[in-house]
Ligand binder design. Structure first.
Ligand SMILES: Nc1ncnc2c1ncn2[C@@H]1O[C@H](COP(=O)(O)OP(=O)(O)O)[C@@H](O)[C@H]1O
Ligand SMILES: [Mg+2]
Length: 365
């Protein structure tokens, strides 16, 4: 159990944490959401004493880790941290990354540390990369190694600071799947995330941070469907996007349900909701009929802009290049005609993202 009492963190120019109070119980999976600059990262960094709090107390199983007499190196092994930017040791192999804290901080033998590292790497699907260096891995693989490394000291809680923000869509789903498995194992976790969709799926408690405090706390249902306070409601309403990632045709109805529910919570009119669901269905139909080869991955972002009342969809298929090869067939197809009837005519923009994929961007009619 972790108790946070009157935690305050003041910098010269900012006081991100004014008075944070909470108790984290074993098995809790807490999502921390809120606007940028509201101290979410600072909170995580204070909990594992990467930052020294200005005042207040943090008790882990009754031991006050803010007490100067506390051995912080030992305590830190109980507090795993996973960063957006992975922070792996580039000069060490994957397995060495997962051994270092075990041998140095926990004084485990090399053999014991190695065995444990391999076991954990296997659990995140990375055992076959044990002897490679971080530079040889994709972002999602690096983050899975970072998670295995964190688990190597048997932490009581794992603190994630936007673990998927630097990842491409496929890697996001890999890493989310690992986090979902950790939840099933009963691990205690605190996850700062921008993905409200993920927060809703993964956590049993949600902290909305604002004004230097945990401004509102509740179950995902309470916070996302029925927030009590105005600032929370504004944040939930204006953070208006969902991300969908499907790999198989049979996942499409589930995805369409999500689009429907998302639009409903944004009070989008029924005609446009139908168009959005229709556009999604036809887009996938076009890909699967004319363009997909082995790869049926489709990443989609649906965004609603409150102030302009625009409903936008961005499609990022893995095999867009194939689309270009069969463009005549596609544009003459029934699916394409249906699709174009759901979108604002020819409002289209294609660009290449940093992973070399093309995104098509449409406004829903
Ligand atoms: N090391 C630091 N020195 C000075 N100010 C900082 C430092 N870290 C964070 N801040 C300030 O504290 C505030 C909260 O930052 P942060 O915790 O990173 O917010 P969030 O993670 O919610 O976006 C910001 O105003 C930021 O500029
Ligand atoms: Mg942050």
């Amino acid at each position: 159990m972790i108790e946070i009492q009157h935690l305050k963190k003041q910098y010269e120019m900012a006081t991100p944490l004014i008075d944070v109070n909470t108790t984290i119980n074993e098995g809790d999976v807490i999502s921390v959401i809120g606007p940028s600059g509201t101290g979410k990262s600072t909170l995580l960094r204070c909990i594992n004493m990467l930052e020294v709090p200005t005042s207040g107390h943090i008790l882990i199983d009754g031991e006050d880790i803010t007490d100067p007499k506390c051995n912080i190196r030992r305590v830190r092994t109980k507090l795993g941290m996973v960063f957006q930017s992975f922070n792996l040791y580039e000069h060490l192999t994957v397995v060495e990354n997962c051994m270092l804290a075990q041998t140095v901080l926990l004084k485990r033998s090399k053999q014991e540390a190695y065995d444990k590292a391999i076991e954990l790497l296997a659990s995140v699907g990375m055992a076959d990369r044990a002897l490679q260096y971080p530079s040889q891995l994709s972002g999602g693989q690096k983050q899975r190694v970072a998670i295995a490394r964190t688990l190597s000291t048997d932490p009581e809680i794992i603190l994630f600071d936007e673990p998927t923000s630097a990842l491409d869509p496929l890697s996001v789903s890999e890493v989310e799947a690992v986090i979902a498995r950790l939840k099933q194992e009963g691990r205690t976790m605190m996850i700062v995330t921008h993905s409200l969709d993920f927060a809703e799926r993964i956590s049993n408690r949600v902290f909305y941070m604002d004004q230097g405090i945990i401004y509102e706390e509740g179950s995902p249902k309470q916070i996302f469907k029925n927030p009590e306070k105005d600032r929370t409601r504004d944040f939930i309403m204006t953070s208006s996007s969902i991300e969908l990632f499907i790999k198989e045709e049979n996942e499409i109805s589930n995805a369409i349900n999500k689009i429907y529910n998302f639009c409903k919570t944004k009070n989008v009119d029924d005609r446009r909701i139908m168009h959005a669901c229709g556009a999604y269905e036809e887009y996938y139909a076009i890909l699967s009929k004319y363009s997909f080869k082995d790869n049926k991955n489709l990443y989609t972002k649906v965004e609603y802009e409150n102030n302009t009342d625009k409903l936008m969809m961005r499609f990022t298929p893995d095999s867009y290049k194939d689309w270009n090869l069969v463009v005549d067939v596609i544009t003459n197809s029934l699916e394409y005609k249906l699709f174009t009837s759901y979108i604002k005519s020819f409002y289209e923009e294609t660009d290449s993202d940093k992973f070399g994929r093309y995104t098509q961007h449409y406004e829903i009619k």
